[in-house]
Design a protein around this ligand. Structure first.
Ligand code: ST9
Ligand code: ZN
Ligand code: ZN
Length: 333
């Protein structure tokens, strides 16, 4: 059992200057009542993509060559790593350092994943951690599953995101010429990497462009998008909170599998600098950890940050919800 007397909500108050220099407080969890301004262009694009995803899934199962299937899975892992090992663990959180070849490789994977440039992704993600579950969090899960999953990409951003955005320091990322190059040429590089290359390459082994477009490009792209979005939605809603019961993020294994090890979200929000984004880094659920470890072995990744067992145990006992195995061990002792 967790210790008694620590049930009081410990949400942090974020005090920041508005444009008019008034001090505003964002108290999580909160979501101001507001009329959402729908961006119909995005509604049309995402509806098309999801219909094409269903058709692509049907072709993937019934109509494509085995080499095409394999290539689709390979692209899923590569583009997934471009988000998890790249945009998330390396660039948003600086949980390890990477030499130039790895930064170029991850930028290539990331561009194939089309989740906007690393600079934009990391800006929003740093806001998500700093202002979690408030209106300055781009996918504020307080607004429910649909909003935090995809709805936030279908409406204009809350004004607080733009106002508070200037408190986010991106100088470390802007200093990287690889990321500046990606941002500058994104509108050319992204279609080539995400859609054209995956459509053309399978023709080398005799696959039709039609099949390749719907499976290797669209089906794979939308699959990775939804796996990523589940971390914002399901992993903020349903599951245990072994490390901090005062925050919304949870541990959810099904999301870990689809998101290459990113579903240990209660741990991640408690210790965001850990390159494993998990306490144990079990390889079967954390392919991203395996990838970073291999990169460290060949010298392309270094300065991997983790959290000591003592610090984790102390935190579990202070703020956990009692579901961590450490409580079981204490009972046996
Ligand atoms: C996509 C991203 O899907 C998914 C990210 C998910 C993150 C998940 C994190 C979970 C943890 C990691 C787990 C990984 C698991 C991976 C598993 C893999 C297997 N600060 O945006 P605009 C200002 S992308 C400061 O147009 P609107 C700024 O001046 C999908 N300022 O706002 C900006 O100009 P610029 C593909 C900010 O008009 C200006 O406002 N992409 C900030 O309200 C305008 O910005 C799409 O579909 C800020 N944070 O429109 C595009 N934000 O940018 C979708 C903005 O030039 N997006 N400003 O500096 C859009 O169409 C629009 O952004 C919008 C809002 C309609 C949503
Ligand atoms: Zn994060
Ligand atoms: Zn989160």
């Amino acid at each position: 059992m967790p210790p008694q007397g620590q049930e009081k909500d410990s949400w942090v108050l974020y005090e920041t200057d508005s444009k008019e220099n008034e001090v505003e407080q964002l108290v999580p969890p909160s979501a101001e009542k507001r009329k959402l301004e729908i961006v119909w262009r995005n509604v049309v694009i995402f509806t098309y993509l999801h219909l094409a995803f269903l058709y692509g899934g049907y072709l993937f199962i019934t109509g494509t060559m085995w080499k095409t299937k394999l290539f689709t899975v390979l692209l899923y892992v590569m583009t997934g790593l471009g988000i998890t090992a790249g945009a998330h663990r390396l660039w948003s959180h600086k949980s390890y350092k990477a030499k130039l070849p790895l930064r170029i490789l991850l930028t290539f994977f990331n561009t194939m994943a089309f989740q906007d440039s690393v600079l934009d992704w990391s800006r929003d993600h740093r806001m998500h951690h700093k202002y979690s579950e408030t209106d300055a969090d781009p996918h504020n899960a307080t607004r429910g599953f649909f909003f935090s999953h995809v709805g936030w990409l279908l409406v204009k951003k809350h004004p607080q995101i733009k106002v508070k955005g200037h408190t986010i320091d991106l100088s470390d990322l802007r200093a990287d010429p690889v990321l500046r190059f990606q941002k500058k040429y994104y509108m050319y590089l992204m279609p080539l990497a995400c859609f054209i290359m995956p459509t053309v390459v399978p023709t080398l082994w005799g696959e039709s462009m039609w099949n390749a477009y719907f499976t290797c490009a669209v089906f794979r792209y939308v699959f990775v998008l939804n796996s990523t979005w589940l971390v914002n939605s399901a992993a903020h809603l349903w599951g245990a909170k072994p490390y901090d019961r005062h925050i919304n993020p949870v541990e959810i294994k099904t999301v870990c599998v689809a998101a290459l090890g990113e579903g240990f979200h209660n741990y991640h929000h408690t210790f965001p600098w850990d390159y494993k984004t998990a306490e144990l880094g079990n390889y079967s659920f954390n392919i991203t950890k395996l990838f970073i470890d291999v990169m460290a072995k060949i010298g392309w990744a270094y300065d991997l940050k983790t959290v000591s067992t003592e610090v984790i145990e102390k935190r579990v006992k202070r703020t956990g919800d009692g579901s961590h195995s450490v409580w079981g061990r204490d009972c046996v002792d």
